[in-house]
Design a protein around this ligand. Sequence first.
Ligand code: GLA
Length: 385
Amino acid sequence: MTNKELIETVSDRFKDRFESEPLIVFSPGRINLIGEHTDYNDGFVFPAAIDKGIALAIQKSEAHQSTVLAFDKDETYIYDLDAIQPLKNGDWKNYVLGVVAELQVLGKNIGNFNAVFSGNIPGGAGMSSSAALENSFVYGLNDLFALGLSKQEMILVSQKAEHNYAGVKCGIMDQYASMFGIEDCALLLDCRTVTSQPYKIDFKDYELMLINSNVKHDLAETAYNDRREVCEKVSKLLGIKALRDASKADLDLIKNDLLEADYQKALYVIEENNRVHQFSEAIEKEDLETLGNLLFQSHDGLSNKYKVSCTELDFLVDKAHKTPHVIGARMMGGGFGGCTINLVLKSEVESFKNQIAELFKAKFGRACSIYEVKLAQGTHIVKSK
Ligand code: GLA
């Protein structure tokens, strides 16, 4: 569905169901060029908002309860604002409840509301449909109830919703990219200061292609939190705030005190953080070869050191590596499934698509999905009432 269709869908459904005019918010998903699992290490990342996301129709309600309708799942949830509790992990309602609860923690007074949302980001693809959903609600509620929150404050609400209601101790990258995205730009984000520098992205004869393995690992959330714990443990041993402050030489000094697996994980983070800087320099120099190599190196680290890849993702990157007109590829996002991001020669996009689709089918007996994305504006109001 196009964004326009998405917006019309939620707007029409809202009017049918609640017989009033809603406020419409669009909140995008994100890609990440490079800098994976560096955000919760106070490091650097290079994400961008995309032209796919969540459309939310929302309005205040006089009723004594709030009603949220998930259009794609055809599920309606009615709840009391003063009795919010996290539900079981993996439930979409946690994202909404989490945002409302975290606003309440800030002492923000919100009343009851009705909402309808729908999205065109494939779930579990590593394109942050959850951050898009959280941001759409916090943005909509901030506007409707005149809460006076800045975008910076709103993304912290979204992140806390993810921590405390969805159970994922995520960094700030997804919520930031979704909220602050700029058309045609990627954002070099410093996750310690939570400030970014936009880079206009033009890969010349090359373009970005996402290939979704359509795999979602059940243990992804637990494994994510485990990775974060390892990083925090190593930082503590090093006597620093976060791995962003460490060099390989620092890490080597405590190598004997670490399990080999933990050493490798911390090393990956240090190297990946350095790659983000090399990547931004290569963009400035329009050095596409270096950009591509950094993507392959990033994947290698994610797979062999940080251990967050899976057979399907490794297969996709390996095939990309062996294709001369793909100059870089790596898994994207938290890992254990989802997409790879590829830098492909424009004139060969169609042939590569067909080739990889066939190879994947032959190997795994099921299809991968392929998307081309545009870099787009962050969370915004489409229509106000
Ligand atoms: C998920 C998290 C982000 C980030 C990435 C990995 O998307 O939500 O905060 O850690 O994984 O880079």
